[in-house]
Structure formats: C-alpha cells, structure tokens
Write a protein that binds this ligand. Structure first.
Ligand code: ASP
Length: 594
C-alpha cells in the first residue's frame, strides 16, 4: 500500500479529473451544514478536501469527528473550484479534492494551543515542541537552516576544506564563558569539559598537516542567557595553514552571498565594507555597528580642550550625536536615566526648536566655534558624552541604538555587512586588575605590535577580524600564534602561570614546537546567521529543540535529578546548593558570543 501519491501542496488545475491519494494533518476543518471542508497540510503545503455526504456517506461520517492535527488519508477526485471559491493566495487555491474514502490514521486530544495562535507562552511552546515545530514560521526557520548548512558545506568543500570531527568530551577551551563539566566514571574525581569551541583542536589539525579544515561544530558555553545567546551553539569552524586573510574573508563573503541568494533570493554585493575597531568604537560606540541607520557619533575632543564648560574641557573624550527629534524636558530626563544605566554621570544636550535657536543649560558656556560645530537642523537634539573614551563609546553607542529603533531610522529591509578589523589584543579588566584576551589567547599580535607586548599590552593590535551583519556579530577569527615562545609570552600577560600553562595548554605548547606552520581561521555562528537570514529575533526559534530562557527543557525536563547509584558510581556527593561560584575565565575578557 502506498500512503499517498500526491502532496497536498502539489494540487494543481492540470490534475482536474484525476484520482489521487493524499495524506497529512488537518490544519483546519469547516462544517458547512453537510459539506465538510478540510485544509490538509503536509510538507509540500496545504490543499483542500471536500467531504460531501451525497458523494460518500461513509467519508462524511468519518469527517464529522475529526479535529485539528488529526492525521488523515483521503482518496478522491481533483476538481476545479467554483470561481467564487478560488483562493488566489495559495498555489493549490484553484482546485480541491472531492473525497470518496477518508481514513483517520491518527487522532489528537484538544491541543494545548492552536498553531495559528499568536503570543503563546514560550515555555508552553517548547513543552509541546513537536506541535510548535508544525507552525509555518518554525518550519521555515528550520528549513532555511538546513539549506544554509548545505550551502556552507558545498562552499567549503569546493574550496578544498576537509570536514573533520573533534571530540565533545575534552578539556577547557577558553572562549570567555564557564565550562560545562562531565564527570568521568573511569577516572574518578576527574572531569571532561565540553568544548567552548574546537579552537585548540583545529589548530592541532592544521599543525598535523590537514591544511584546510572545517566543521559544523557544536560548542557549549555556560553563560547567562539572553534572546540571542544559548548554552549550545553551532558554528562553522574553519582553519587553514599558511593563512591568507584575504582568502578567508573572500570565501566567507562568497558563502554568505550564496546563502542569501539561494535561500531568500536576495543579491548581496561583495566585498563587504571594512572598518577598524577604533573607527567603529569612535563612530558607532560598539564593535558591532548596525549600519542600517546613520546617527553617527561625532568627536569633539580636540574642539573642547579649552571649553569654558569644565565638564567638556576636563573629559578625556567628548563626543556627540545629532538626533533628528526635538526632545522635551521629560524626554531628556528619560534619556539621561538611560545614559546613567550605561554608566554616564549625566547627559548634556542642546535642543534646536522649530525656530532653530539652541536651548540648553550649557549653551551659555559654549563658544561661537563650539556652537557652530554642534549646530543641528531645527527640530533636533544634540546629545553629548564626556568621559573616558570607552565609557563615552558605551553610552553614545547605546543611545544611538535605542534612538535609531525608537525613531524608526532603521531600514528593516536592508542587510548591512561590515568586517571589523584591527582589534586590540587585550582589554583591561578593572574587576580582575589585569589584562584579558579580547578575542582568545591564541590570537596573533600584528607584526608592529609584537614589540609592545611587554611594555604596553593595551596598545597592541591583533590580526583579528569579525563579520557583523545588521548589528549582530556573526563571525570572528584571527591569525594564530604559531611560535611556542610567543604563545607563552601572551599567556604570561594573561597572568597564566608557567605551571597553569603546562597543565592547561602544555600539549598545544608542545605542538607549537614541532613544526607548526603559520595558521589562522574563523568561526561563524550558524544560529545567529539564521536569525539574520530569517529576520527571527529569537535565537531559540532557529533550532529544533531549544531550552527555555532559564536554560531548562520543559519538554524532557532536562536538566534533571539522577539516581543516587549513578552519582555513587561517579564518586559524586551532592551538597545543598550554596552561593553561585564566580568561575570566570581570566583568559578572555568578554564572551564573544560565538
Ligand atoms: N574559536 C573562535 C570562536 O569560537 C573562532 C576563531 O578564532 O576561529 O569564536
């Protein structure tokens, strides 16, 4: 027996008069006093069945009790719909199937939510994920994801990269997050760590002579969760010997261009724009600038050195944005409160009313020259940041992003890409009173920066590059250190003692001594790429089986208790949970989220 000989979404007028068997789910059932209309859904789409008691009393009897999401098998004749019943919005809308035989293959109790219901609680959706996944949006996201991975594999293989798996049970690999640990039964008291990325392993593969490696790799990072961050992520991981940064960048651009064109029919222009980290921080206040809108930050540090407004004159950096909106005092108070959340001490402003005159408590302190530099169109407001450069960047970057969205300046149709280059090697952590790696500890300093490593690590730049799309960090990579001594020096700067170096990374330092070629690579966050491709704001809806916002799986109940015998076997005794430990890894400054 064959379950079906035509997809519900494949019904077309040319088949009129033909007999077909269809099988699928009931998307909707409408009872029109005798006649029952059923929208039957399968992976090809939706088609209409008509059950007419005059044509088949048996089928009509069966149709009476069916409900949404029952599984049916129907045999009947394809007929043209009456002109007034044609639905031009769907490809099957001109025809229907007059049912002769109807079989209820599978039933369902009343559903916990309807598939077309909006705003269903996310935990409930994940609890019944098999139903949730039947929704159009999730079907689309998961299919786009599969298509994307297939294009990625094709692109990498065409360029001569070899797919090699690396272990999931491994040792800590620092990418800035906490590790997930797995106890070992055979080595009691010892733990594996799940990889935060295959970083060290891919370097070893290249050192081993696999000159072009790639993998669609699972990575595990125990971080606080957000809408765009989960504990498990999938990345395209790439490494090559004798690295050619232009080749890597060019290959990634071609890959993204192909994905956009094949998956959603959008032609992207390559090469993508490039911007240095310093420039991005200055103009956008972030290393992930969203270029879909302007509202650029401007610098007034030089101009205000001799300002009579002391706050400006004394600040290491003074910058401003011109916002095309005339704000009221109440609005400005709200914006100031927001700036303070980002660490600002206050928010200086100049409002230009319809008459074009500046209104501001600081205007009387500003020179002609200053006022003319801060001039803005009537009906706008200039907002200032005056503080340490990083702090000004943070505050104005946050304001820019908020106001860009609030004022509808973001071109929602656009896809804007930019490579950020020339990252600093290290960032200073006030909390830890020490340097940490901006990318990761294996990143190579730029040739001119090597000499600065010891004396002035804060000024050393790295050969590192990130790809940002619509304000999301989608990929990041670097050329690596391939000399054991240089690697040890960078570990020293990161305050990793020689003993810790041996214990944690001894195998890498050994390998770097045994004929390590220059190498470098990149990784792309596939989940984030799907978010941008599908315009999906929720990372969890880019994967089939996510945890909820609290990192819990309401479907299976994971993570769950384990029987005492299992813990005994592992030599583990549970203690009442104390305060959360602060196991942050000092080798990287910020979780870079990939
Ligand atoms: N290992 C890095 C990451 O996962 C990417 C890279 O440097 O290739 O973010």
């Amino acid at each position: 027996m064959s379950w079906r000989d035509l997809g519900a979404g494949e019904l077309r007028p040319e088949q009129a008069g033909e007999r077909h068997i269809l099988a699928g789910w009931v998307a909707r059932r409408r009872d029109h006093g005798g006649l029952v209309f059923i929208d039957l859904r399968d992976s090809t789409g939706v088609g209409q069945l008509v059950v007419n008691p005059e044509r088949s009393p048996e089928a009509a009897k069966a149709a009476h009790d069916i409900r949404n999401e029952f599984v049916l098998r129907a045999t009947g004749e394809v007929t043209a719909r009456a002109p007034e019943n044609v639905n031009p919005n769907i490809p099957t809308g001109a025809v229907e199937v007059q049912v002769d035989e109807l079989e209820v293959v599978s039933t369902s109790p009343p559903l916990p939510f309807q598939l077309d219901e909006e705003n269903v609680d996310e935990t409930l959706r994940i609890r019944y994920r098999w139903l949730d996944l039947r929704r159009d949006k999730l079907q689309r996201n998961i299919r786009l994801r599969a298509q994307m991975v297939s294009i990625i594999r094709r692109t990498m293989e065409e360029a001569g990269f070899l797919d090699i798996e690396t272990p999931i049970l491994f040792k800590p690999t620092p990418e800035g997050a906490r590790d997930f640990l797995v106890p070992s039964r055979l080595q009691p008291g010892k733990f594996f760590a799940l990889p935060q990325s295959p970083q060290i392993l891919k370097q070893l593969l290249v050192i081993a002579g696999f000159e072009r490696y790639y993998q669609i790799a699972r990575c595990f990072r125990d971080e606080d969760l957000r809408a765009d961050r989960s504990h498990e992520l999938t990345q395209l991981d790439v490494e090559m010997a004798f690295p050619d940064v232009e080749l890597i960048i060019g290959l990634m651009e071609t890959m993204v261009q192909r994905i956009w064109s094949e998956a959603i029919g959008v032609a992207l222009e390559i090469p993508f724009e490039r911007m240095t980290y310093a420039d991005a921080m200055l103009r956008y206040g972030t290393d992930k600038p969203d270029l879909r809108f302007g509202l650029e930050i401007e610098d007034a540090t030089e101009l205000t050195r001799a300002s009579e407004f002391k706050v400006f004159a004394d600040a290491p950096a003074v910058r401003f944005i011109r916002v095309p909106q005339e704000y009221s005092r109440a609005d400005l108070e709200k914006l100031e409160a927001y700036a303070k959340e980002w660490g600002a001490k206050g928010l200086a402003y100049i409002v230009y009313g319809a008459d074009g005159e500046p209104r501001s408590p600081i205007a009387k302190f500003l020179s002609e020259q200053e006022l003319s530099a801060f001039r803005a169109d009537p009906g706008s407001t200039v907002l200032f940041g005056a503080d340490e450069p990083d702090q000004v960047a943070r505050v104005l970057g946050a304001l820019r992003s908020r106001l860009g969205h609030e004022l509808g300046l973001v071109d929602e149709e656009a896809f804007r890409w930019v490579w950020i280059t020339d990252f600093p090697m290290f960032g200073w952590s006030e909390e830890d009173k020490g340097w940490s790696a901006v990318h990761h500890p294996f990143t190579r300093p730029a040739p001119e920066s090597e000499a600065m490593l010891e004396k002035d690590p804060g000024r050393a730049l790295a050969v590192a590059y990130d790809l940002v799309g619509n304000g999301e960090e989608l990929g990041g990579g670097s050329v690596r250190i391939h000399e054991s001594d240089l690697q040890a020096k960078v570990f020293d700067i990161l305050r990793i003692s020689p003993e810790q170096q041996r214990d944690r990374f001894g195998f890498l330092l050994d390998a770097l001594k045994m004929g390590a070629p220059p190498h470098g690579g990149i990784a792309f966050g596939i989940d984030r790429l799907v978010m941008v491709l599908a315009r999906e704001p929720n990372l969890r809806d880019t994967v089939a089986f996510p945890k909820n916002q609290a990192g819990f799986d309401p479907m299976s109940g994971a993570p769950s208790d384990v029987p005492k015998e299992q813990l005994d076997e592992l030599g583990i005794q549970l203690e009442p949970q104390e305060e959360e430990p602060s196991g942050r890894d000092p080798t990287t400054r910020t979780p870079n989220g990939l």
